[in-house]
Design a protein around this ligand. Sequence first.
Ligand SMILES: Nc1ncnc2c1ncn2[C@@H]1O[C@H](COP(=O)(O)OP(=O)(O)OP(=O)(O)O)[C@@H](O)[C@H]1O
Ligand SMILES: [Mg+2]
Length: 249
Amino acid sequence: MALLDVADVTVRFGGVTAVDGASISAEQSRITGLIGPNGAGKTTLFNVITGLQPPTAGTVRLGGRNLARWPPSRRARAGMGRTFQRLEAFGSLTVRENVLVAREIHQGVKGLLRGSGSRVDELLERVGISGYAAHRADAVPTGVARLLEMARVLAIDPRLLLLDEPSSGLDESETAAFGALLRELAAEDRTILLVEHDMDLVMSVCDVIHVLEFGRIIASGTPEEIRADTRVQEAYLGAEPASATGGQP
Ligand SMILES: Nc1ncnc2c1ncn2[C@@H]1O[C@H](COP(=O)(O)OP(=O)(O)OP(=O)(O)O)[C@@H](O)[C@H]1O
Ligand SMILES: [Mg+2]
């Protein structure tokens, strides 16, 4: 059984159908990709999974339990961690303080008693931004800010990670290191659902990929199967995706 199971989810905003009967799953300890052109409904689907957006129809299950009545906070406590496409760090805090805050919110009083500092430094080291620990979060390059998002989500020790375009703004060597980090996290039994426009990264790290187009899943399979799928080539891979260069608006 998959750890995460999303079945027949539809989301309508007035006349716009952002997600249209989409079903995807994410297996335990695997990296599952979710790709598709701009506006396909990827972020909306993440919002449904994390409880920020109630679906018009359909169900989300985690470990077999229907999450319909679970608010985002309960999903987070159950081990769901998420990064945002729009960067969400506290700009006036340092990089290190941002991770410390995430960790202390997660641990509550326990965290204050035990002290989270050394663990926070390990996390900064792990994602590769120790050198920026004392910099204000609003004064670091976009790539560093992305990696800070990653450290912040890892601070809550999630078993399911939902990553929304985590590599946008990373340079080539940062992206390679990031891909290796994702593989390590999966080897530690974490389950990853990855929305990403960088096809090289997606094809190299994912075990399974779902392709969304106009809110519908048009293909699901291994990277090889997705690459060979003519519908996918027409819908997506043939065309140059608008944000493939990783530029921020
Ligand atoms: N709150 C909202 N109200 C109305 N329409 C919305 C809302 N959120 C998203 N949409 C629309 O739903 C569709 C899907 O948007 P979504 O952000 O989920 O796409 P995406 O696949 O994440 O795109 P991108 O790759 O550009 O991030 C788009 O047409 C978008 O304009
Ligand atoms: Mg999006």
